[in-house]
Design a protein around this ligand. Structure first.
Ligand SMILES: C[S@@+](CC[C@H](N)C(=O)[O-])C[C@H]1O[C@@H](n2cnc3c(N)ncnc32)[C@H](O)[C@@H]1O
Length: 216
């Protein structure tokens, strides 16, 4: 994957929009205060999420897997105005204060509502109340198929799903890794999407793989 080459990644980062200061500070705090900082989107993926949001022009967005709030803030930045809104779900309640501070310190944080709990439990309730135009799947890799199955019939024709980590460090195409549960979860998801005639799909080899899915 091109973006694993650090020279190319540096080149790209110097030729795209710069990272807003609040996100630069947030990324630094993630690396000093949180475990598993690698999960945080960062500069390139964040700018892509903002751009994709601009292109899709959603009114209502749903994110599964908030972590530090970085990706939710990038999506919120790409929204047309304050009438548009992001619901984001995070399992770990010890992240709540960290996430709320990040939202409070951002000019677009008020566009986001954080839901603490298991996406599998919260998702059906949110889907009953809201018609989402765009969904970003980035929670438990073992459950991507279940998330998708809950979502797909509840989204309107023309809605988009973006699913992160769908190349899983290349493990999806490496027979040695086929037994671990997260790799199996992603492989099952990729196979499901590949064979689902209800959607158009493309995989971008950016970072860990990003699948763009369009409901026909
Ligand atoms: C890859 S991180 C999200 C990164 C974030 N979207 C970003 O791009 O900066 C995945 C997050 O999903 C959360 N998660 C895992 N299982 C979950 C579940 N069942 N429901 C909600 N969140 C979950 C994890 O706690 C973790 O914070």
């Amino acid at each position: 994957m091109l973006t694993t080459d650090s020279n190319i990644e540096n080149y790209i980062l110097h030729h795209i929009d710069s990272e807003p200061d609040n996100l630069y500070q947030l990324y630094r705090r993630v690396n000093t205060e949180l475990l598993y900082s690698r999960m945080c989107s960062g500069h390139l993926q964040g700018r892509l999420l903002k751009m994709l949001t601009r292109m899709i022009s959603p009114k209502q967005v749903l994110e599964l897997g908030t972590y530090a709030g970085y990706s939710a803030l990038c999506i919120a930045e790409g929204l047309a105005d304050d009438s548009c809104h992001v619901d984001t779900i995070e399992l770990e309640d010890e992240l709540e204060d960290f996430i709320c501070r990040a939202f409070d310190e951002s000019p677009v944080g008020s566009r986001i509502k954080l839901h603490i709990g298991d996406a599998m439990l919260i998702l059906p309730k949110l889907l009953e109340a809201t018609s989402y135009d765009m969904v970003y799947i980035d929670a438990n890799k073992r459950h991507y198929v279940e998330y998708y199955n809950l979502l797909i019939d509840n989204l309107r024709s023309g809605a988009f799903i973006l699913a992160d980590n769908t190349l899983w460090d290349g493990k999806v195409a490496d027979n040695e890794y086929h037994k671990d549960a997260q790799t199996q979860g992603i492989i099952a998801f990729n196979d499901l999407i590949a064979n689902d005639e209800r959607v158009e799909k493309v995989i971008l080899p950016l970072r860990d793989g990003l699948t763009l899915i369009y409901k026909k």
